[in-house]
Write a protein that binds this ligand. Sequence first.
Ligand SMILES: [Zn+2]
Length: 90
Amino acid sequence: MPAHLKNEIGNKYGMLKVISRAKNIKGCSYWNCQCDCGNYKESIAASALRGGKTISCGCQHNGRKASNLVSDKVREQRKKYYKELKNLPY
Ligand SMILES: [Zn+2]
């Protein structure tokens, strides 16, 4: 394994968990993943995983769902932030 290659095994992207390495295609690293639904998806580009382009085996609407996930998270953080503001003792 080349030193510059980031080990993605065990990482989770959306619903996909990286389980093993696939063959490189055009110098890009590809990974085999298992989806939360139980399906396997082979040969996903690392850039697609890291960029949030591929977040499931296809059982979820890729891309759109990813942005929903992000905004939900942001909303949750904001809620927490405002709650903490309110709790300030002044
Ligand atoms: Zn799936």
